[in-house]
Design a protein around this ligand. Sequence first.
Ligand code: 0O2
Length: 211
Amino acid sequence: GGLEPLRWQADELKHFMLVYKFGLAEIGTKITILAEELAHRGRGNPIEHVNTRLKTVDSLTAKAERIGCPQALDVVRARIRDIAGVRVVCSFVSDVYTVADMLTRQQDVTLLQTKDYIAEPKSNGYRSLHLIVEIPVFLSDRVVTVPVEVQLRTVAMDFWASLEHKIYYKYEEDVPAALKDELTAAATDAARLDERMERLHAQIHGPRWRP
Ligand code: 0O2
């Protein structure tokens, strides 16, 4: 087990994780502000709900092992950028891009990476927009920049992803082929529903937000 040192440096590890908690709070607040302000503007709230999660030390250790990342915290910091995660669930696909835009255009937010699994769904049908953003966190004696993974998706994509996740765990990653095919077909159905809802919404209200 090459990763034991991660567990040994308990104090260092605590401080390491704390910084991600702060980064998560910063981005979480930004999303909450956007959600409340957009709701206040009165054309419907594009953000249905927001979840934040911090990777547990166990899942961080497991991931480091899986990707063959050396155990030094400095290397983990540089290589694993989804320790802090925010999931933003939106009503419509267009809202996903609008909210992503509103967040990444903020002065103190730096966009490090975009993975658009909506434009290019994964082969299993998974759809979501993944961003890695960086945010400064002001500590007592210095400023650190913290990466945060932001996943944006529609309600339909979220419904699909949570079921897929449960099935994946239930079968311990060994999902029967027929079930896999069903899931992929369901993802296509969900995407069609998103398209129809978007069209309906645009017919009634016109395009929603103009950045
Ligand atoms: P958790 O518990 O949600 O954090 P990596 O994260 O480095 O292993 P990569 O390519 O850098 O891989 O990350 P990617 O593809 O941007 O996204 C990883 C995260 O997206 C996952 O986190 C899931 O939350 C979500 N995700 C990606 N693909 C799927 C999928 O096929 N089904 C579902 N349900 N979710 C997916 P974790 O770390 O797996 O878990």
